[in-house]
Design a protein around this ligand. Structure first.
Ligand code: BEZ
Ligand code: FE
Length: 293
């Protein structure tokens, strides 16, 4: 046997031993996932001929990611996002039907206890930016309007920051409301602007080392919850944004890109007369019924 064959056999023996160690996993799904993970992870290490120094660098990287992660900063989700794993998982699972609104990445800035805002209210609640009137309808794929659906909305301010990035107890630029009986909704917020994902940690270093940028195109997040329907997690993106083609987390889908109309004055659809320039976006959200068991 030549030296290459000996090395290949030695490597194969490690992989086989590890696979065998998981072979008796009782939960069949866990068994499937772990066996596949080991196969692919070992194949990756063989493919790049991973050096011991590189292995140490990877461990240091993950250790730094752990140290920077807390209740408000989730570096592992960020890592999944920039590696495209978050969007691949969305692509594998969503949409449940082609006629439904496409889903995209959840991101780390959703908070559970955002305040309720009345239909037509202002979720900006002090967030700085150009006022933006957002409206549309929530309905099921069969066209039936979904009245009383919960619409959770969150977005960054004009400086590209979410409220929680200022301080843990600061709440602005987010809220939830319920759709009218005909499924319609409207609210005010601030016009989204592009912003960088947090890039002062190991994920930012990875982006810099690989010549990638941290920017996300302007967007507004939605989580739409309706009885007997699959929850939709999505964004609307602002058409014309320079970062639509280089979203750091690969979240853009053409069907989610919306024109923002710009108005200098005049009357908004809710009858108010904004004193300054304002914008308007319209987007319908189409949900898939949850299979009944
Ligand atoms: C966001 O859009 O809020 C976001 C998504 C992924 C990573 C960082 C931020
Ligand atoms: Fe965002």
């Amino acid at each position: 046997m030549n030296p290459q064959e000996t090395a290949a056999r030695r490597e194969r023996a490690v992989t086989d031993k590890v696979l065998a160690s998981f072979a008796d996993t009782a939960d069949p799904r866990l068994r499937e996932v772990m066996l596949s993970l080991v196969r692919h992870l070992h194949a990756f290490a063989r493919d790049v001929r991973l050096t011991e120094g590189e292995w140490e660098t990877a461990i240091e990287f993950l250790t730094r990611a752990g140290h920077i992660t807390d209740d408000r900063r989730q570096e592992f989700i960020l890592l999944s996002d920039v590696l495209g794993l978050s969007m691949l998982t969305v692509a594998i699972n969503e949409p449940k039907e082609p006629a439904a609104t496409e889903a995209t990445v959840f991101g780390p800035f959703y908070v559970d206890d955002a305040p309720e805002v009345p239909l037509g209210g202002d979720i900006a609640r002090g967030a700085v930016g150009t006022p933006c009137y957002v409206s549309g309808q929530v309905r099921s794929v069969d066209g039936n309007p979904l009245g009383g659906a919960f619409l959770h909305v969150w977005g960054a301010d004009d400086d590209g920051f979410y409220d929680v990035q200022y301080s843990a107890d600061h709440s602005a630029g987010r809220g939830w409301l319920r759709t009218a009986p005909d499924g319609s909704y409207h609210f005010w917020t601030v016009l989204p602007t592009p912003y960088p994902i947090p890039h002062d940690g190991p994920v930012g270093d990875l982006l810099a080392a690989t010549g990638r940028g941290p920017m996300r195109p302007a967007h507004l997040h939605f989580k739409v919850v309706a009885p007997e329907h699959h929850t939709l997690i999505t964004h609307i993106f602002v058409a014309g944004d320079p970062h639509l083609d280089d979203d750091a987390v690969f979240g853009v889908k053409d069907s989610l890109v919306v024109e923002a109309a710009h108005h200098t004055a005049g009357q908004a659809p809710d009858g108010t007369r904004p004193e300054d320039a304002w914008a308007q976006m319209t987007f319908d959200l189409v949900l898939v019924p949850e299979p009944t068991s």
